[in-house]
Design a binder for this molecule. Sequence first.
Ligand SMILES: [Zn+2]
Length: 570
Amino acid sequence: MINNDVINEIRNKSDIVSIISNYVPLTKRGKNYFGVCPFHDDHSPSMSVSPEKQIYTCFSCGATGNVFTFVSEYEHISFIEAVKLLGNKLGYNLTTHEKVDTKSGDYKIYEIASKFYQNNLNSSLGKKAIEYLENRGLNRETIKKFGIGLSLNKSSLTELLINKGIKLDKLIELGLSNTMSNDLFLNRIMFPLYDLNGNVVAFSGRIYNMKDNSKYINTKETSIFKKGNLLYNYHNAREHLKKNDYVIIMEGFMDVIRASTVGINNCVATMGTAFTKEQANIIRKMTDNVILCFDGDKAGEEATISAIKVLEDIEINPKIIRLEDDLDPDEYIIKNGKEAFLNKIDTSINVIDYKLSLLKKNKNFHNLEDISEYIDNSIKELVKVNDDILVELTLKKFEAEYKIDYEILKKKYETYNNKKDIKEVKVVKNNKKVITIYEKAERSLIYYMLKSVDVLTLVEHNISYFPSMEIRYLSNEIIDFYHKYGKIDVADFISFISSKEELLKVLYEILNMDMKDEYTNLEIEDYISVIKKYFKKSKISKLEKSLKEETDPLKQAKILSEIMAVKGVK
Ligand SMILES: [Zn+2]
């Protein structure tokens, strides 16, 4: 365990705006910063970050917290691991968690497996496979660079690892063996898949000398292999960015390997999944200059469109390469060579030109209806562009090309643009929960207790008990925190209750309430009296219930006078 004072000290030194900026681009508006929320499918900046309070809140999905909860949620690590991560960056020497050690054991197993496969390929058993690879234009240097290996026709990997003292259960869990103690990969050329740090975490095995229904088989997802969180060749491509400050995203690892054979090394691959938000954020850490080069077929076109959306959400405007004849980059480079592919890179187009080219497909530009539909759809696309100059230029281009008055085009653009704003506001409103007057009062009191010691003291002396259990606990924790540290600080308070998930949930709801920053004493007194009334009412209804059940007239009279007494207290 790490001491609370150390946690607060690290938090104090880790400015939330600069830490979150490493993950999500933030723009300053007023006194807060805004960015696209990484915790829900966000299309406009819904997350605000307060440099003053050192917390973030998403007004759409409700994600809230301090710098540690952000890193913990984003990196999928525990709160304490996030503290350690940020602390160690600042030069604290906080020992790493046990969980990381088990992971490093898993990496070790994959490293042994990868070496084993590579040795097989280099042995006499690998002759045919080497021939096959060389025929496909992958020479020894490429084979070595990408760690390509070979699995054999018996369960020799499982044997080797069990002899090294690794349990079969572990090998099954890691997707290397089955319950019969057999290797999962047999007779295949093995392509290791790497995580962002260059650890081997999975394999893709390709057939080469036999017929099989599945050309490739891949390791299942495991604790160290989550497809959507990885980009093939990231660890190598990152090194090449210093020379060429752009990255090319492809679909398959063979595309990336092929590009490297003609000296293009700044490529990564999504490995057959749709391009994810996690992958987009990884890219953003590398560079803002992105080229999408997916397969030339229809599926590749759809993948391109959805990747554009994911990238635009984090304010990256990619360039696009489309390949003819349904070719993938691997096939294209084999067929047309290096120069042709370099030319493709040089002539990659921007997103709006790409989208307009798609809209032009199957349209007859001698037909007025088709023209009108094309312009209408194009303007709808333009609304999504965050670049005023590009919008202006495109509208001018339409004016010249189709002889339509500029003002008409502009007006249409503005109509769609206004509709977009209205839609965004609606989403936010629908997310607000309906709460009772008592809940409103108790939640408002908690909100202002976290802002002001005066309110905290008033609540401490006037309310012994909140109606809702979680608010009662939360209020006790706030009062405890204050007595321990002599001050109130929301960001540190979040750390203080970080192990109490239920309380955090309520706290986040409260921090997300639409409250004014200022309050008057009258408002606070009102809230307190609403809470007091609640108890009075519930006390009376309890007494009235027992009055009904009571048959003894003497006792009845006693209850009655109690009721009068409670009612009489103003
Ligand atoms: Zn959100």
